[in-house]
Design a protein around this ligand. Structure first.
Ligand SMILES: [Zn+2]
Length: 294
C-alpha cells in the first residue's frame, strides 16, 4: 500500500473514531449554549403614531420613544426583520442576545412624519407591511414617493400586507370556494407585483391582514412564493414557529415602557411547561376586531 493511501485510510479511520464524535460533541455543546437554540425573538408591530392616542391603533410619539429608550436601557438590540427570518429558517445564527424586531403595518402617513425621524435618530431598522391599493390614494396613507424615500434611508424594508387588506374570513363566507381561492391568490400576487414594480424587490414576506390565516391561506401563500408570513399572535418567534404564521406583538398606547419590558421579559424567558400561553400573551394582544385595519 502506498504511503498516501495509508495516510488516507488512517485519516478516514481517525475521522470516524475521533473527529466525528468530537465534532458531534462540539455541535451538541454549541447547541446547548447557542442563544438561538431555545430563545424567542419578539417582533413588535405598530400601526400609526400621533400626539394623542386618537384610536386603538395609534401609539403616541412619546410612548414609542419610551419603548425605544427602554429597549436600549435594558440591552435589547433592534435587528432587521431579515435577520430574524434568516435565523428562524435555519441560517447561521447571527442574532445578538436580546434581539427584537420592529414592524409597522398599513402604510400610514405618520410612518413618514413621525417614525422616520425617530428611526433615523436612533438607527432603528423597521419593516413596513403595505397594502398597495391605499398608497398614493387614501388620504391617510403614504405615497409611493414617500415609500421610496423610506427605503432609500437603508433603515426601512417594504413587504406585502395583501393588495387591499381584505378580511379573508368575510370573503370566504361571501365567495364560493374556488372563487375564494382565486381571490386570495390575486390579493397576494397583485400586492407583490405592484410593490416590486414601484419599489424594487424582492417581496417575499407577508403580514396577514387582521392576522387572519389558516392552512388553506398558508398553502396559497406558499404557492405565491411567500417565504415568511406574520400574524398577530402575541408571542415570540422561535425556531419551532410555523414560517407562514410567525407571531408578532401588537403594540398599542395602553402598553407603555414598563408594560413592554414585562412583556419582553416573559416572552424571551426560557420555555417552561408551567407557564401557560395566556400568561405569556400581553394583555392587549387580543384577537383582531373586524373593521379595524390591523
Ligand atoms: Zn393591517
Amino acid at each position: 500500500m502506498h504511503r498516501k493511501q495509508q495516510q488516507g485510510r488512517w485519516c478516514r479511520l481517525l475521522c470516524r473514531a475521533v473527529l466525528l464524535p468530537a465534532l458531534a460533541l462540539a455541535a451538541l455543546s454549541a447547541g446547548a449554549q447557542a442563544p438561538g437554540a431555545q430563545r424567542g425573538v419578539p417582533v413588535l408591530v405598530y400601526h400609526r403614531f400621533g400626539p394623542v392616542a386618537a384610536d386603538s391603533m395609534t401609539v403616541r410619539t412619546a410612548t414609542f420613544e419610551a419603548h425605544l429608550r427602554m429597549l436600549a436601557a435594558q440591552g435589547y438590540h433592534v435587528v432587521p426583520l431579515a435577520d430574524v427570518v434568516r435565523w428562524q429558517q435555519g441560517g447561521p445564527d447571527a442574532l445578538p442576545e436580546r434581539a427584537v424586531a420592529i414592524t409597522a403595518d398599513d402604510g400610514h402617513r405618520s410612518v413618514f412624519d413621525v417614525m422616520l425621524p425617530i428611526a433615523r435618530r436612533e438607527h432603528v431598522p423597521v419593516t413596513l407591511f403595505i397594502y398597495p391599493s391605499a398608497i398614493s390614494n387614501a388620504a391617510y396613507a403614504l405615497t409611493w414617493d414617500q415609500l421610496r424615500a423610506l427605503k432609500e434611508t437603508g433603515l426601512f424594508a417594504v413587504q406585502s400586507h395583501s393588495y387591499w387588506h381584505p378580511n379573508f374570513n368575510t370573503e370566504r363566507r361571501r365567495l364560493a370556494p374556488e372563487a375564494f381561492r382565486a381571490f386570495a391568490h390575486m390579493q397576494l400576487r397583485r400586492a407583490r407585483e405592484r410593490l416590486e414594480q414601484e419599489l424594487g424587490g424582492p417581496v417575499r414576506w407577508l403580514a396577514w391582514p387582521f392576522g387572519i390565516h389558516d392552512e388553506e391561506l398558508m398553502a396559497i401563500a406558499a404557492s405565491e412564493g411567500v417565504e415568511a408570513a406574520f400574524s398577530l399572535q402575541g408571542s415570540a418567534v422561535t425556531l419551532a414557529s410555523p414560517r407562514l404564521a410567525l407571531p408578532r406583538f401588537l403594540m398599542t398606547d395602553a402598553c407603555g415602557d414598563g408594560c413592554l419590558a414585562r412583556m419582553l421579559a416573559q416572552a424571551t424567558a426560557p420555555a417552561s411547561p408551567a407557564v401557560s400561553r395566556s400568561q405569556t400573551s400581553p394583555p392587549h394582544a387580543s384577537r383582531p376586531r373586524a373593521g379595524a385595519a390591523q
